[in-house]
Design a protein around this ligand. Structure first.
Ligand SMILES: Cc1cc2nc3c(=O)[nH]c(=O)nc-3n(C[C@H](O)[C@H](O)[C@H](O)COP(=O)(O)O)c2cc1C
Length: 548
């Protein structure tokens, strides 16, 4: 275990440059990050590991001592708004899943934007599956098409659209409970989003904009303050589904993170404290100009109560408020801060990736893959995975996305890998170099035991064939993007991991997103990860065959 002073010494100058003064708009994210680190608390008599959060000296348990009396309901339900039915049958899509998954979203949009497309995006992202589980309070819940931390499902989807062929212009909520839309505001309200984004070109041209929100309490009930990280992990995971489903339908997308939060929240009629917008997605690209509309008034539509009592975690609401943008002008200014992480030249031996060519991809479309996706925690430790599958997943999951602030092919996060069992690669620690289409060997060795340990003592990480750690140099990101950069850094790794997770199923493999002990991760990857922070980890590999 590396002591704190040593860690602070190592975290000094990084990437060949010094980070200057912390800007005024970047003072909250670092303390929040430190206060929400996971570490090993102690082992119980039963041999279980307890997870601690925040300052080790204060030794508090990370997982909320679950009060089942106030367990939040997993859906937002508008009680007085009638549902608009959506089809469940999905049209046949021709594009192989791995093509749709890897698409950045940029390009011409030949696909049709209609009610069925909105239903398709809702179903493939937040839709309920037949698969159920029963919680301690006896309630039966449905798993969703996209995974989420602790299956707490705190994200909601809204669509803001002009008149479509079979749907009137309006602001709609997608209800996962009954796979339907609910009309919240009639009329074309896209101008509010054009204003909120300071005239973002993709939003101004989009016939439909998807807005994703999180109701923090729905995740914080279990994970306390760390739920704010999970907000963006789960948003990134869900966005990987949205982008792949839209690409499969030949609809262009751009992710937009620069928007005045209060203006978007007001349009959706969410309060921005309890439920807040976390991302916008411009869908399609040749709409006429949005008509002028007066500022949206309050709707106050009754929704089903989530819990008999809710707890506000001020660390979450404070950071969210601190990372908000106030006006469209602020949004345009923030967008202009787009930043590329400097490349760190390799020092170790490079192995060039050898992804499968297009004509060898599984022809099944992503829609089929999404319905088969599960989290995999049991891996075949007696087998290796092929190098071409490993290469394909790495290369196709990191091409990036069209976005107002992220640059395709130039991720903010650095990918560090633990390779346990890949054909042709010596086991060990590697770093991914997307620009060189290669992995760099940092240290050879068997690290299964350490892999399970740093992933919060979860054995699946030791058993999996590969662990992918998305690490970020937070000071540089916050220097450039302010506290709002924290949202980006958390989301980007999970977005790439979400793409990878879907990709594993198109290659006959499996994956699971994971949590980890922050400082143990950085210590483990030392000295190569000095100065970096743990953002997210996912593991993947060959599923263990079922016995009997
Ligand atoms: C961002 C993210 C983090 C996760 N972290 C863990 C984890 O630390 N341990 C674990 O067992 N499962 C983890 N999961 C898996 C979830 O528990 C799983 O997605 C959820 O229970 C729904 O199951 P499904 O993915 O099979 O649909 C994570 C999933 C996501 C998306």
């Amino acid at each position: 275990m590396v002591v704190l002073a040593e860690r602070q010494r190592r975290a000094g100058p990084h990437l060949g440059g010094r980070v200057g003064q912390v800007p005024d708009d970047a003072r909250q994210a670092m303390p929040f990050h430190a206060a929400t680190k996971y570490y090993s608390l102690h082992e119980t008599d039963a041999g279980d590991e307890r997870i601690g959060i925040g300052d080790p000296a204060r030794r508090s348990a990370a997982i909320w001592q679950k009060d089942w009396e106030i367990k939040p309901f997993l859906h937002k339900v508008y009680e007085t708004v009638p549902p608009i039915e959506l089809a469940r049958d999905l049209p046949d899509a021709a594009r192989p899943a791995l093509e749709a998954i890897a698409a950045t979203g940029a390009g011409t949009s030949g696909g049709v934007l209609d009610r069925s497309l909105l239903g398709r995006l809702g179903l493939l992202t937040n839709g309920s599956l037949d698969r159920t589980w029963t919680t301690q309070d006896g309630a039966v819940h449905h798993y969703r098409t996209a995974g989420g931390t602790g299956a707490q499902y705190h994200l909601e989807l809204y669509f803001v659209c002009t008149d479509l062929a079979d749907l009137d212009a309006g602001v709609y909520h997608y209800s996962a409970l009954d796979h339907s839309l609910r009309l919240l505001r009639r009329g074309d309200h896209r101008a509010a989003l054009v204003d909120a984004t300071g005239n973002a070109p993709s939003i101004a041209a989009a016939p439909v904009v998807l807005a994703m929100t999180s109701t923090f309490w729905r995740n914080a009930w279990r994970y306390r303050e760390r739920a704010y990280r999970h907000t963006y992990w789960d948003a990134g995971t869900s966005l990987s589904h949205i982008l792949a489903a839209a690409a499969s339908a030949d609809v262009a997308t751009e992710l937009v993170f620069g928007y005045a939060d209060p203006l978007v929240d007001a349009l959706l009629d969410v309060d921005g404290v309890r439920e807040s917008t976390v991302a916008l997605v411009a869908l399609g690209g040749s709409a006429g100009p949005a008509p002028d509309t007066p500022p949206p008034g309050r709707l106050d539509l009754p929704t089903r109560r989530l819990s008999t009592a809710e707890v506000t975690f001020h660390a979450i609401t404070d950071l969210h408020r601190a990372s908000c943008l106030g006006t469209g002008v602020d949004a345009a200014d923030w967008r202009s801060r787009r930043w590329r992480r400097p490349d760190r030249p390799p020092v170790g031996e490079l192995t060039e990736l050898a992804p499968l060519p297009d004509d060898r991809l599984d022809p099944r479309p992503v829609e089929q893959i999404i319905f088969r996706r599960r989290s995999t925690r049991k891996y075949d430790t007696g087998a290796e995975i092929p190098f071409d599958a490993f290469s394909t997943l790495l290369e196709r999951s990191t091409r990036g996305v069209a976005s107002d602030v992220l640059t395709p092919g130039a991720p903010l996060t650095e990918l560090h890998l633990i390779v346990n069992a890949v054909q042709g690669l010596v086991p060990g620690i590697y770093r991914h170099h997307p620009g060189r289409n290669a992995v760099e060997l940092l240290r050879g060795g068997e690290f299964r035991r350490e892999a399970a340990r740093i992933a919060a003592r979860q054995q699946y990480a030791g058993d999996a064939h590969v662990n992918l750690y998305y690490l970020a140099h937070l000071p540089s990101i916050l220097q450039r993007y302010g506290d709002r950069g924290y949202r980006l850094a958390q989301l980007e790794g999970a977005l790439h991991a979400g793409k990878l997770h879907l990709g594993t199923h198109a290659l006959g493999l499996g994956a699971v997103g994971s949590t980890a002990f922050d400082d143990e991760v950085i210590d483990f990857f030392a000295p190569h990860a000095d100065g970096l922070d743990y953002m997210f980890v996912t593991v993947f590999g060959k599923r263990r065959p079922r016995t009997s």
